[in-house]
Design a binder for this molecule. Structure first.
Ligand SMILES: [Fe+2]
Length: 283
């Protein structure tokens, strides 16, 4: 049998073809894409959003999973963008660390460089609840000028309009107390909810008023199959709502891809994201 039979040639070509594709893809996923911050601009029209607040801009930073030696520049890019293009409010939707709680102080020093006219608000994520004491997280965020909302909400008065913003504890790793988080809500005030894990959206909106839920947790899948957009790996409480804007009746959900990574520091077809949401009034 000849060594270079048509069958052997085909196998060899397939092997080198796959190798030729997988090596550049691997380099891209490990060395390039995790550092390429993308800015997503998205308009969301809320049925009961006040007309006078049409155009209100919220920046969402989520799942920073801070590793200073690798992520400092990436975070700096996001902070720099917010300094050059200020927003009305910033929402931090949890998972500030992976497991090392000693990075919280450095991270909060960086986050203190962000400002927003109507405040910066934060809820915890599952990694925070697993690995950081609530006291450490809360005090460091507060030192950075950030309002920590864990099963808590507050009314904001902006241009004479009332808005209610609240944050829930991590569904997976904390003790979410829904009644506490909505206890200060009154009447027909629109509600913005920070909830780290997206999938409880349906249960929450069935029970409480939600105009806009902001979530992270999924990293958008972190690695996706291009064109198909399929994510081979999904995470608990992040299987139904993977990334982007969803609407059910008058409730909206935004799921951000986040900044950081968990596990190997790789991303593919799913770059780190700073999301800037512009709220529109339908009235
Ligand atoms: Fe998470």
């Amino acid at each position: 049998m000849p060594i270079l039979s048509p069958k052997n040639t085909l196998v060899r070509r397939s092997f080198f073809g796959a190798l030729g594709t997988s090596i550049p893809c691997g380099i891209w996923a490990a060395a390039i894409e995790p550092n390429r911050l993308s800015i997503t601009q998205k308009e969301i029209t809320l049925k009961y959003w006040p007309q006078s607040l049409d155009g209100f801009r919220i920046a969402q930073l989520t799942d920073i999973h801070y590793r200073p030696e690798q992520d400092a520049q990436l975070l700096q890019k996001a902070i720099e963008h917010l300094r050059n293009e200020p927003v009305d409010l910033v929402a931090l939707t949890g998972d500030y660390i992976i497991s090392d709680d000693s990075v919280i102080t450095d991270l909060c020093k960086e986050l203190s460089k962000i400002s927003a006219e109507h405040g910066i608000f934060a809820c915890p994520g599952n990694h925070d609840r697993w690995h950081v004491s609530n006291y450490l997280l809360k005090t460091n965020l507060q030192k950075a000028g950030i309002v920590y909302l864990r099963n808590q909400g507050l009314k904001l008065n902006i241009k004479g309009e009332n808005i209610f913003i609240n944050g829930l504890d991590s569904i997976w790793a904390g003790q979410p107390l829904i009644n506490h988080a909505w206890s200060e809500h009154q009447g027909e005030t629109p509600v913005i909810s920070l909830v780290h894990e997206p999938d409880p959206f349906d249960e929450l909106r069935a029970e409480k008023r939600i105009d806009l839920q902001l979530s992270g947790h999924t990293h958008g899948g972190q690695c996706r199959i291009p064109i198909l957009g399929v994510a081979p790996v999904k995470v608990k409480y992040g299987r139904k709502y993977l990334y982007g804007h969803y609407q059910h009746e008058e409730s909206h959900l935004w799921v951000g891809r986040g900044i950081g990574t968990v596990g190997p520091r790789v991303r593919f077809a799913c770059p780190p994201e700073l999301a800037i949401l512009t709220l529109r009034s339908s009235s």
